[in-house]
Design a protein around this ligand. Structure first.
Ligand code: DUC
Ligand code: ZN
Ligand code: ZN
Length: 473
């Protein structure tokens, strides 16, 4: 039976952001064709019995770094390995980053990322452009990217002076134009110059181990930058999206701004919910696994993140999958955490997570009663699709939507090991952890790409999705 055959998913429990019912779902011609009771299977239709399984929309992960050059390093996953890992984890759409370098324009950044991505991606994808330098020409290119390239979101950094940091006026100019055009600016909110000073002082005092990564990036400086970003967006009359919110010092500004009616949106990431800063209480280099930015925070912060997820002050859980191996890999030492063996500031910032997002959140969120099933879908598929202009093509199960479907078994447990995952990263933060739930089958536009442990996908089968205006509701 060919992989493009129509598929009838029988008797599964269909869960969307709003619905929860048992039905048959017919996937045909790449879309969800029919949802009904007792659909008759035609002669060439593959029938899949989904009794006892959840039928979920394919996950939408709007924060991944595949083949991203970050400073002197490059992330360990290629577009091929990263999207295959995404698929095995139940994610069928990813939004990666195209980095504008010192000399090129946003359009050059998109062209470069596309040249590498197109032949490799195994799930559908889009790109945010990281804008590091703003002038009149850049603003024209940003407008062109929005209207002609289907790229409607732009990330800017308030951290990493001299590398990626943009000044406040540049961020404001982008917010004003992108907001007026119906797009979204996503901000990395940390006060970069103060953090750089703290790093310099720590190193001068001889503090070189990974724990100082966390100690030099205090949550107050995440809060300060978040507040500043909100005020810039308010003045620009534009929506704003905060990536990787980790602390209540940041969250409280988001909560207040939303209560004031300012269109502020934000994501957190599974690692901020799974782990806290006690992992840094040692001088072992193994701790470099947890060197991500922002760093892990206090258990008290986690309580606030959960509350915000529940009551919609946080709208998205994305992975910030930013994999760097502990040791040399196919990129050599270039992307190894070991680069920072004697200087924490040289440890590449980031951790893997693209394959474990749904199952880890199902376990710690849904199974522990912190998230309803509908909210789980909303946070991991529907709202990211809406906020980044992918909905309703992506992010839900509805007649006419892309047939990106995950069959999820809530009744089994699995133990996570890096060697079973599909990322090039040589570790997972979840090593040895037992989690409830498993992705059983994944369909991308109706094609079965994951069937248990078996891979039926193909590098290059993922399509670039041109995105429209954001739904900053
Ligand atoms: N910000 C990210 O979003 N990812 C990796 C590192 C960083 O600073
Ligand atoms: Zn960031
Ligand atoms: Zn990131």
């Amino acid at each position: 039976m060919s992989n493009s055959t129509a598929t009838l998913i029988r008797n599964g429990r269909v869960i969307t952001a709003t619905d929860d019912y048992v039905a048959d779902v017919l996937l045909q011609d790449g879309i969800v064709h029919t949802i009904s009771q007792a659909i008759e299977a035609g002669p060439d239709v593959r029938v899949v019995d989904a009794t006892g399984l959840y039928v979920l929309p394919g996950g939408v992960d709007t924060h991944v770094h595949l083949e991203n050059v970050i400073g002197p390093t490059i992330t360990a996953d290629t577009f091929a390995s990263g999207t295959k890992a995404a698929a095995f984890g139940g994610t069928t759409t990813v939004v990666d980053f195209a980095l504008q370098t010192e000399t090129d324009s946003p359009l050059g950044a998109i062209a470069r990322a596309q040249a590498s991505a197109q032949s490799q991606v195994a799930v559908d994808y889009s790109l945010h452009v990281i804008v590091t330098r703003v002038d009149d020409q850049v603003l024209k290119d940003v407008r062109y990217a929005m209207h002609h390239e289907g790229v409607s979101s732009f990330k800017m950094f308030m951290a990493y002076p001299g590398v990626m940091m943009a000044d406040d006026a540049s961020i404001f100019r982008m917010l004003r134009q992108v907001g007026a055009d119906g797009g979204m600016v996503a901000l990395h909110a940390e006060n970069g110059t103060v953090i750089d000073l703290l790093i310099k002082e720590a190193l001068e005092a001889g503090h070189t181990s990974p724990r100082y990564h966390a100690l030099t990036r205090p949550s107050l400086m995440e809060g300060e930058a978040t507040h500043r970003g909100i005020r810039l967006a308010e003045l620009a009359n534009a929506p704003i999206y905060f990536v990787h919110v980790s602390s209540n010092d940041a969250l409280k500004h988001i909560v207040t701004a939303r209560a004031e009616g300012i269109p502020v949106f934000a994501e957190t990431c599974p690692h901020y919910l799974l782990f806290d800063d006690s992992v840094y209480d040692n001088d072992d280099f193994e701790t470099a696994k947890y060197v991500m930015t922002p760093p892990l925070r206090k258990p008290e912060d986690q309580k606030h993140l959960w509350r915000a997820l529940r009551y919609d002050d946080l709208q998205v859980i994305a992975t910030d999958h930013c994999p760097f191996c502990m040791k040399a890999d196919h990129f050599g030492m270039r992307s190894a955490k070991l680069r920072g063996a004697h200087d924490f500031s040289k440890i590449p910032n980031g951790a893997p997570g693209i394959e474990t997002r749904l199952v880890s959140l199902f376990d710690i969120g849904v199974m522990q009663g912190k998230l309803s099933l509908n909210r789980f879908v909303e946070l991991t598929a529907t709202t990211p699709a809406k906020l980044f202009g992918l909905f309703p093509q992506k992010g839900t199960i509805a007649v006419g939507s892309d047939a990106d479907v995950v069959l999820f078994n809530p009744a089994v447990t699995q133990t996570i090991h890096a060697k079973h995952l599909h990322s090039h990263c040589d570790y997972t933060l979840l090593e040895g952890r037992q989690l409830q739930g498993r992705v059983e089958k994944v369909f991308l536009r109706g094609q079965l790409i994951v069937d248990g442990e078996h891979w039926h996908g193909r590098a290059g089968m993922g399509r670039f999705v041109k995105r429209g205006q954001v739904r900053a509701f």
